[in-house]
Write a protein that binds this ligand. Structure first.
Ligand SMILES: [Zn+2]
Length: 74
C-alpha cells in the first residue's frame, strides 16, 4: 500500500483517501500469478501542480499541469 507521495522531492505521508490523487496500476506481467495492483498517491500540494500519468505498461510519470490561462491580468 502506498504510504508516501509519489513525488520523489516531496515527503508528505499518506493519511487517508480523498486527499490528493490516487492512481491504481494493475500489474499483469505474470499471467499465472495472482494479479496485483500497485497504488500511487500524489499529495494535495503536488496534485495541484503535477499530474500522475500511467502508461499501459505500468510506467508512471509525473507531468506538470498546464497553468490556468485567461485569468491573468499581468
Ligand atoms: Zn507531495
Amino acid at each position: 500500500m502506498v504510504s508516501q507521495c509519489a513525488n520523489p522531492g516531496c515527503s508528505a505521508q499518506f493519511l487517508y483517501f480523498g486527499q490528493g490523487q490516487v492512481v491504481a496500476v494493475p500489474h499483469r506481467e505474470k499471467p499465472l500469478s495472482e494479479s496485483t495492483v500497485e497504488f500511487f498517491w500524489l499529495c494535495g500540494d503536488c496534485s495541484s501542480h503535477l499530474n500522475l500519468e500511467v502508461e499501459l505498461n505500468g510506467a508512471m510519470h509525473l507531468v506538470p499541469r498546464q497553468p490556468m490561462r485567461g485569468l491573468s491580468t499581468a
